[in-house]
Write a protein that binds this ligand. Structure first.
Ligand code: RIB
Ligand code: CA
Length: 312
């Protein structure tokens, strides 16, 4: 039976590939809804971009909701320097015609978790955790009903990408992240430590190019645009492909390796704001609250991506 998931996202080219991977896998994943959050670009664009991706995938029936347009307690920090002005630079796609749902994303998350049997809905955050934390604050009863959270965010040995200490998704809304990591929900995190081992490369992007489909061409355009920032920054051939790892983990968990440890989020110091302090070596008595994924079979990840995207 397909796993019920809600994808919370701030597209973002890597979010877009993650959405395509999920939408290409209906046997395993039932996407109950896509909830947009402000992050890489403002909410007006992330909700638009989520619908653009659904239309590229030919999945106009998947409901898309707009959520929070700013972090819980901070000014929004965006990442146009990485993703471009639109958030989906690199592929020239038409404006979406499918409707945005009227319901607020947070209300959709609460309503869905209250309606579906307890323990049958997995949340897949790919951006700042504002929508998730807001839902937990407004409806504490839903927390125990969540099957699992599998998120992209955080970093430890890889250190930060938006500051020396913090990864972008956590940094944008550290108070929201602190709330989610302290919620007690079963949580798996895909930090930079693993996503930086999943680099795009010419050969890997060529695998999408040979699909010779609208989906394949969009992915090529998006990834060739999006990787340039990290290639220049890290001096690598290709850039880390972050968000699709969340969906790939749900499809093939055995290509990932991790450790169940304590992870806390810094919300006091401006110097290390949003840092995920991972007790990898167990030097504290703090309770383990996250499966911290540190490694993957990168060839297996890209083979899965190419095989699934070919289905759209
Ligand atoms: O730090 C990488 C994360 O921030 C990814 O989710 C990317 O899409 C941006 O949201
Ligand atoms: Ca994202």
């Amino acid at each position: 039976m397909a796993k019920n998931i809600i994808i919370d996202t701030d597209p973002g080219q890597d979010d877009a590939v993650a959405l395509l991977l999920a939408l290409a896998s209906p046997q395993e994943l039932n996407v109950l809804g896509i909830t947009a959050v402000a992050g890489n670009v403002p909410l007006a664009l992330t909700q638009r971009n989520a619908r653009v991706v659904c239309e590229v995938a030919g999945k106009r029936d998947v409901p898309v909701f707009a959520g929070c347009d700013a972090p819980l307690n901070r000014r929004l920090v965006t990442a146009e320097h990485v993703h471009g002005k639109t958030g989906l630079d690199g592929a020239d796609l038409p404006d979406p015609t499918m409707p945005l749902q009227d319901q607020h994303a947070v209300d959709f998350i609460i309503e869905t978790l209250r309606r579906e049997p307890s323990g049958t809905v997995t949340l897949c955050p790919l951006g700042p955790l504002t929508n998730i934390a807001t839902a937990f604050q407004r409806a504490p009863d839903i927390v125990e009903r969540v099957q699992e959270i599998v998120l992209m965010g955080g970093a430890y040995f890889e250190v930060g990408n938006i500051t020396p200490a913090a990864e972008f998704n956590i940094y944008v809304d550290p108070e929201a992240a602190r709330e989610v990591f302290a919620s007690g929900v079963t949580l798996t995190m895909m930090p930079l430590d693993v996503t930086h081992k999943a680099l795009t490369s010419k050969a890997r992007i060529d695998a999408f190019r040979t699909l010779a489909t609208e989906v394949g061409d969009a992915c090529v355009g998006w990834l060739e645009f999006y990787e340039r920032f990290d290639e220049d920054k890290y001096g690598t051939d290709g850039g880390p492909l972050h968000d699709p790892n969340v969906i790939a983990y749900l499809l093939q968990p055995d290509i990932y390796e991790g450790r169940h440890i304590n992870v806390e989020v810094e919300t006091g110091s401006e110097l290390t704001m949003g840092m995920t302090v991972a007790d990898w070596w167990g030097v504290t008595d703090r309770e383990a609250n996250a499966l911290f994924i540190g490694d993957l079979n990168a060839e297996g990840f890209y083979a899965l991506l190419a095989e699934r995207l070919a289905r759209l």
